[in-house]
Design a protein. Structure first.
Length: 133
């Protein structure tokens, strides 16, 4: 398995698990009945949980770009240090982004988002460089 595919698997697993903490908050705030049912006026989530919900949505949106880029790079045999490093940067940037978003650390959140975007750009540019070489 290449480093890029490993980081893709880790990013998928991380994104797939981000909902767990805010569901725990929902259980705490609403109780079991309202969490499992369809209450008319559900209690709002805690502020940190609202931020984590948005961070999770952002992670899903970005994974929709990252995953195909890594798969295309792998299929086109555009492997190497740049793609693997960029995939690692993406994964850790997304972890930092989710934490910074959840705990309301605005500058760190923005820098982590930018790092993840830059990592995606590196992978895309490596693919395009091979296509146009």
């Amino acid at each position: 398995m290449t480093p890029a595919l490993l980081y893709l698997a880790l990013a998928c697993a991380f994104t797939g698990l981000l909902w767990l903490p805010y569901v725990v908050d929902r259980l705490h705030v609403r109780g079991w009945a309202d969490t499992l049912g369809y209450p008319e006026r559900p209690a709002p989530p805690s502020p940190w949980a609202r931020r984590l919900i948005r961070a999770h949505a952002n992670a899903v949106e970005n994974l929709a770009v990252f995953a195909p880029l890594v798969r295309v790079a792998h299929a086109a045999q555009v492997d190497g240090t740049a793609v693997g490093t960029a995939a690692g940067v993406y994964f850790f940037a997304r972890v930092v982004h989710a934490a910074a978003y959840t705990f309301a650390v605005p500058v760190v959140r923005t820098l982590a988002f930018a790092a993840g975007f830059a990592a995606q750009a590196v992978i895309a540019l490596r693919i395009l460089a091979q296509v146009f070489a």
